[in-house]
Design a protein around this ligand. Structure first.
Ligand code: NAP
Length: 266
């Protein structure tokens, strides 16, 4: 059976070898997208590609890349800049860290910032370089709810995800007038390998805060279809996010003035 729909074009997914990225690959293939799958683990990518070709009849290309290695990142950027069939970038590859900044191995923190921040930004720029002049395309950045409650998680990971939120909000302002769609997805705890990889132990998380990956991705896709800028799959009442945004924007006119506020003047 084929669900292939050439008018949708190709989705490039980073971090497609497991977790959230692998489920997105499945769902986008079912919708009819051709896929380019990026991660380090070539064997896992090939196995996923083979399954999706067979199940959905879409074209799937595997591009193994270590997204903290400059030459590999440059290769993916080049592909995004030169391949006009790419209509969707899912900026998903990411790692987490455990422990306070002073307890952490600073080289691991550096690598996390490279992947979660620097590579994500470079790939967004490369994709938008094609999307904006064409007046269409979808950029999805995977952030995290810890961007909103950084006090509850470790500093460096939370800060990388605050960056993703901020970048997405600004990119939406920059790119949406051209017709390009930008979405930041802010998952809460989701049942993937990231927890064990970072040394937390998935089994230690309370089940009431842990969402199944398929549920998270399906909710995020509903948000994408509604052209939401920010999608928070867990949040029951969207009015909470809207109130937060309204409070932030209310401060706007007072955040840059020619005099200090009176409480700072003796
Ligand atoms: P995951 O199962 O560990 O997946 C991470 C993906 O990123 C894998 O495909 C991994 O593939 C890839 N990756 C990691 N380091 C890489 C590197 N240096 N170069 C290229 N690819 C790399 O975890 P996940 O939860 O699905 O994570 C996906 C995104 O969701 C991340 O950005 C994460 O921060 C975010 N997120 C997750 C949660 C959660 O609770 N799970 C919550 C909020 C946000 P290879 O190892 O094959 O390279």
């Amino acid at each position: 059976m084929t669900t292939r729909n050439p008018s949708l074009g190709t989705a490039l997914i980073t971090g497609a070898s497991s977790g959230i990225g692998a489920v997105y690959a499945d769902r986008l293939a079912q919708r009819g997208y051709d896929l380019i799958l990026v991660a380090r683990d070539q064997a896992r990518l090939e196995a996923l590609a083979e399954r999706l070709r067979a199940e959905a009849g879409v074209q799937v290309e595997v591009l193994p890349a270590a997204l903290t290695v400059k030459a590999d990142v440059a290769r993916i950027e080049q592909r995004l800049r030169s391949d006009a069939s790419i209509t969707l970038l899912l900026n998903n590859a990411g790692v987490a860290s455990k422990g306070s900044l002073v307890e952490s191995d600073i080289d691991s923190v550096d690598e996390m910032v490279q992947l979660n921040v620097v590579t994500l930004t470079r790939l967004a720029a490369a994709a938008l370089a094609g999307f904006v002049p064409r007046g269409k395309g979808i950029l999805v950045n995977i952030g995290s709810v810890v961007a909103l409650v950084p006090e509850t998680f470790n500093a460096s990971y939370s800060a990388t995800k605050a960056y993703v939120l901020s970048l997405s909000q600004s990119l939406h302002a920059e790119a949406s007038p051209s017709g390009v769609q930008v979405q930041a997805v802010l998952p809460g705890a989701t049942r993937t390998e990231i927890w064990d990889r970072a040394g937390f132990g998935l089994a230690n998380l309370p089940s009431e805060i842990l969402m199944d990956t398929a549920d998270m991705v399906d909710a995020a896709l509903v948000g994408m279809d509604r052209r939401e800028l920010i999608t928070i799959p867990s949040l029951p009442d969207a009015a909470d996010w809207e109130a937060f945004t309204a409070a932030r924007m209310k401060m706007g006119p007072n955040l840059s003035r020619n005099q200090p506020a009176t409480r700072y003047t003796a």
